[in-house]
Ligand binder design. Structure first.
Ligand SMILES: Cc1cc2nc3c(=O)[nH]c(=O)nc-3n(C[C@H](O)[C@H](O)[C@H](O)COP(=O)(O)OP(=O)(O)OC[C@H]3O[C@@H](n4cnc5c(N)ncnc54)[C@H](O)[C@@H]3O)c2cc1C
Length: 548
């Protein structure tokens, strides 16, 4: 049901006939439908102007068999595999749907972002720059913590909507060094990594594209890496590159070939989770994805079921309905910070007793670094094709393994002889997420010198690649940020390796929060999805029919 924004000062039911509303209510197995004075009187967002008038917001109680919170990689895998096993699933996603191309204008432009860029509860900043945008359920959520800002995406498809899509698989040596030994590498390599690669239809950029004018920066990067004697390879991406070739022929408006996809690719051809895992899940008829459903709290009810407080929003962030949703099985897939927030809040408020003490721990950044690379002697082009073609994978030593890639910068106008380098690598440094009642969110606590060991390796490699004619600006020195938050409910400490939260029947973590703080010098999404595929195989085999 698509929520319709209430008219000014008028909180009311979503727009549908009473009969239609009651029909859908019955189908969802609603146990009670009542105006809940306490929920209605609670301000939806004390800080925001968008709260609907108190006392007028409808409230429902619904019962389900399995609820998934979050619709990124973990949520997509979980909903498809559970539905394939015959389990009806409701997926709650706080963000909106972002339907895409060809030639769509769904996503904002990176060079001129508007309110679609920012989630309304986010810190008001985009990649560290303060912005003043109208309140909207937009794409980016910046979580500012101690010594670290973590950036993630909101919307049906989660991070896959705005990620560049780099999909690297660690080597056996790397995987064995950084993941629990109880996970069989051979099985991951034989079954789960290839399974995700097939669903996301990973492919490398074709030479015909790389040789075109907009991909000059990719060619310069490749030449410099080769000249430095460092390893170079194309990076597999979840992209149908024919779209980019069609742009070159002038058949579509540029979206890949002008590097303007940092807030989502408007042209289609990007195999994000909404059009792959979730579309397949919805096609089973057993999965209902509910966008604009923000889960605010979780608890265990006296009968042992999981109970969620949910706010249904319009795109301005107004609450149009509140729900209590109950199920015997709850899969947390709200991303590392989102899942850790729900768990640490539940532990701190006593809403769930006996959660493992390590909830919030084992949080890592994947050692992300973002550099601006300026070289007056290099012809990167004012318009740079993207998102990413090449990377230098320096993985020979599993204790210092790191990757440096070149990514296009958005078309900002004049040619500044500048492009972007991104580095990430292994690191044993960890922070934690701690619930702050004053802000009602999980706050990252990151050590000031965190990742400094691997940073030296990444920076040395980046400087070797760019050479003496260049200037490298480490943007993390100004705003220490990560796009790759991992951990907070890591396997082995908070969960078992299949994602079951220890001592909590029917509660699972299947997203980046389950990963032990690093994805071993690789971008995280492929490993998050492969670990989720592995977990879901086990959960379907052992828990469906019993716990679920
Ligand atoms: C700019 C950028 C570029 C990136 N590039 C790459 C890349 O090239 N390759 C790569 O592998 N990774 C990349 N990443 C990282 C990648 O996107 C994440 O690692 C991945 O999406 C995490 O998957 P997940 O399933 O843990 O959670 P997510 O994909 O983050 O999904 C979590 C979902 O849960 C929703 N949610 C959160 N809280 C709630 C709540 N309370 N109620 C309801 N819904 C909620 C969120 O809105 C979100 O949609 C990038 C990230 C960013 C921000």
């Amino acid at each position: 049901m698509t929520p319709v924004p209430p008219a000014a000062g008028e909180g009311r039911l979503p727009h549908c006939s009473r009969r239609g509303f009651l029909g859908s209510v019955a189908a969802a197995g609603i146990a009670a439908l009542a105006a809940d004075a306490s929920a209605a009187a609670r301000p939806a967002d004390p800080a925001g102007p968008g709260s609907a008038a108190p006392g007028r917001i409808p409230h429902e109680v619904q019962d389900h068999r399995c609820i998934v919170v979050g619709s990124g990689f973990g949520g997509g895998v979980a909903s498809l595999r559970l539905a394939t096993a015959g389990v009806p699933v409701v997926v709650l996603e706080r963000g909106r749907r972002w339907p895409t191309g060809p030639d769509a204008r769904t996503f904002p432009s990176a060079s001129a972002p508007d309110e679609r860029a920012l989630w309304f509860r986010s810190a008001p900043e985009i990649f560290g720059r303060r912005v003043d945008l109208p309140r909207y359920t937009g794409l980016l959520d910046a979580s500012v913590g101690e010594n670290m800002t973590s950036v993630c995406a909101t919307g049906v498809g989660g991070g896959s909507l705005i990620y560049q899509g780099m999909a690297l698989q660690p080597t056996e040596e790397l995987f064995r060094t950084w993941f629990p030994g109880a996970i069989d590498w051979r099985e991951m390599d034989r079954e789960y990594y290839p399974r995700v690669s097939r669903v996301l239809r990973l492919a490398e950029a074709p030479d015909e594209l790389i040789e075109s004018r907009p991909y000059a920066a990719s060619r310069v990067f490749a030449d410099r890496v080769r000249a430095a004697g460092l390893p170079l390879r194309k990076i597999p991406m979840p992209i149908d590159w024919d779209y980019a070739l069609a742009e070159l022929r002038g058949e579509m408006r540029p979206s890949y070939t002008n590097g303007d996809g940092s807030f989502g690719v408007n042209n289609g051809g990007k195999h994000s989770v909404d059009v792959t895992y979730l579309a397949q899940a919805e096609a089973t008829g057993l999965v209902e994805v509910r966008p604009l459903h923000d889960v605010r709290a979780m608890r265990r009810s006296p009968d042992g079921r999981w109970e969620l407080d949910v706010e249904e929003l319009d795109t301005a962030g107004n609450v149009v309905r509140t729900l209590t949703m109950r199920a015997p099985a709850l899969m947390l897939a709200a991303g590392s910070v989102g899942t850790a927030t729900l768990l640490t809040r539940a532990a701190a408020t006593g809403a769930v007793s006996d959660l493992p003490e390590s909830v919030g721990d084992g949080w890592g950044t994947n050692a992300d670094r973002i550099y601006a690379w300026t070289d007056p002697t290099a012809d990167f082009g004012a318009v740079q094709g993207g998102p990413v073609v090449y990377g230098s994978l320096n993985w020979s030593d599993p204790t210092t393994a790191h990757t440096v890639i070149q990514a296009s910068t958005p078309p900002f106008g004049p040619d500044l002889h500048t492009t972007m380098l991104v580095g990430y690598g292994v690191s044993a440094d960890r922070g934690r997420i701690v619930y702050d009642p004053a802000q009602d969110r999980g706050v990252i606590r990151w050590p000031a010198a965190g990742d400094s060991g691997i940073r030296r390796h990444i920076e040395r490699t980046a400087r070797t690649i760019v050479g003496p004619s260049s200037h490298l600006t480490d943007t993390n020195a100004f705003v220490n940020s990560t796009w790759h938050p991992l951990g907070g409910a890591p396997m082995g400490r908070v969960c078992d390796i299949d994602g079951r939260v220890l001592g909590q029947r029917g509660l699972y973590v299947v997203d980046g929060a389950l990963i032990p703080g690093t994805t071993a010098a690789c971008n995280p999404s492929l490993t998050i999805a492969a670990i989720a595929e592995r977990a879901l195989d086990r959960i379907v085999r052992h828990d469906v029919g019993g716990v679920i």
